[in-house]
Design a binder for this molecule. Structure first.
Ligand code: PLP
Length: 428
């Protein structure tokens, strides 16, 4: 009896840890094999780091995976988004609509184009842009909507495409969290007019620094080449681009490093099978926590045809009101003390940051977000209630890459133990 009681004691209050198994490589990412190392060495020894032939192969394979016509690789996901905005016609004084809670690169490059960002709120259960919060924000200056498949969860693309089509504007999908995610059976990134993926080292497809965009629209592809890929201007066929070839229109050099594309080709080859294993593991974790108070799965309903892809930056939905008000920071500390990994929150709400409100980056004598518009698009505190509450209502969860049921059970056990003993954490 005393032993059983002792194991129930929370580790943060001096009890035994819930996680005791050896985790080995369960969390290790990316998985680098001999094949990947050889691919890098081959490019390195050939001195081909700045060439494009490996990158073009990578683009071809990436496009084939998605069943789209064109893929264009970049030095970063940020570069792909910046270029996609320009290719979609975002110009001075224009507006783009983006979720208020995402990584900054989803929308911040718009300011560099002289455009500005109008934020829409996110949904509390998906953490993706709320489709009902978009349409009333569209003006005659709106050029694009940029939904994010947040932490792998597919945004509501049907509704978003419908709005965009009715208003004749473009949809730039930010798929940086959602490589291999399915939205109602379709691959994320195949629905918007152009879709941008970060491939930097923390992402689900991790190739170093890099990004890629995919599209079926030849014009968007060529404009992408024109903007920051001056060495590939021989591919241009659209007269107003081809006639002016030779220098990057944007003044940017956005080519992917070939050590990255070499890694990318090998990562891509195995990614689909690795995703299967990640999905099995992560779904097992959430199945084990079904019905536990305070912590809810961030995943689409089963049988919806939608998935979480590689579960990048996996989150749980935290509901303190079910745990007597225990705040997420304290909850995360208690879970971490159990030997699992948990940190509070997700991305900060962007609409409150000075760079979207007061900072004059380019010396226009007024905030950059208002530099080319008379419309004060700034959105004050309180305007995005869901995005503003995300810090208190989400936490990270372990991101399993390997299906090891014993390890997964212990980690789920840590979350369950803290949730079921929330009163003791509050009292302690
Ligand atoms: C990582 C990320 C980016 C930017 O990609 P980089 O490769 O880091 O430049 C863009 N959008 C989202 C949502 C991201 O998480």
């Amino acid at each position: 009896m005393t032993v059983a009681k002792k194991t129930e004691e929370l580790a943060i209050l001096g009890g035994r840890k819930a996680v005791t198994v050896d985790e080995e490589d369960v969390f290790n990412w990316p998985i680098i094999t001999e094949e990947g190392e050889q691919a890098i060495l081959e490019v390195l020894r050939r001195g081909a780091m700045s060439d494009v032939e490996v990158t073009k192969q990578f683009e071809k394979e990436y496009a084939e995976w998605h069943g789209v016509k064109y893929a264009l690789a970049f030095s970063s996901g940020t570069a792909s988004l910046h270029t996609a905005m320009w290719a979609c016609g975002v110009r001075r004084g224009d507006e783009v609509i983006a979720p208020a809670m995402t990584f900054w690169a989803t929308c911040l490059p718009a300011l560099n184009l002289g455009a500005t960002v109008v934020f829409a709120d996110v949904l509390p259960d998906t953490l993706c842009i709320n489709p009902s919060d978009i349409e009333h924000r569209i003006t005659n200056r709106t050029k694009a909507i940029i939904p994010v498949n947040y932490a792998g969860y597919p945004a509501e693309m049907d509704a978003i495409m419908d709005i965009a089509e009715r208003h004749g504007i473009k949809v730039i999908e930010d798929v940086s969290h959602a490589h291999g995610t399915l939205y109602k059976g379709r691959l994320a990134g195949t629905i918007g007019h152009v879709s941008c993926f970060s491939l930097m080292s923390f992402k689900a497809i991790a190739i170093g620094e890099g990004g890629i965009f995919i599209t079926n629209d030849r014009e968007i592809y060529e404009r992408g080449l024109a903007f920051g890929h001056y060495r590939r201007h021989d591919e241009l066929t659209i007269p107003e681009l081809a006639e002016n070839q030779g220098l990057p229109f944007g003044g940017f050099k956005y080519r992917m490093h070939q050590l990255s594309s070499a890694v990318g080709r090998v990562q891509l080859k195995y990614y689909r099978e690795r995703v299967e294993e990640i999905q099995r593991s992560m779904n097992r974790f959430w199945d084990l926590l079904e019905g536990v108070p305070g912590i809810k799965a961030h995943r689409p309903p089963k049988d919806s045809g939608s998935t979480m892809g590689g579960w990048y930056s996996a989150r749980g939905l935290y509901r303190p009101e079910e745990l007597g008000g225990l705040d997420v920071t304290r909850f995360a500390e208690a879970v971490s003390a159990e030997g699992s990994t948990c940190s509070p929150g997700a991305n900060f709400p962007l609409h409150l940051h000075p760079v979207f409100n007061t900072v004059d980056v380019y010396g226009d004598g007024k905030p950059t977000s208002l530099a080319f518009t008379d419309r004060d698009v700034r959105q004050p505190k309180g305007s995005m209630p869901v995005a503003e509450s995300v810090q208190e209502r989400t936490c990270s969860i372990p991101w399993f890459k390997r299906f090891r049921p014993d390890v997964i059970e212990q980690h789920a056990g840590a979350f369950r133990k803290v949730a079921e003993n929330a009163g003791k954490v509050l009292a302690g």
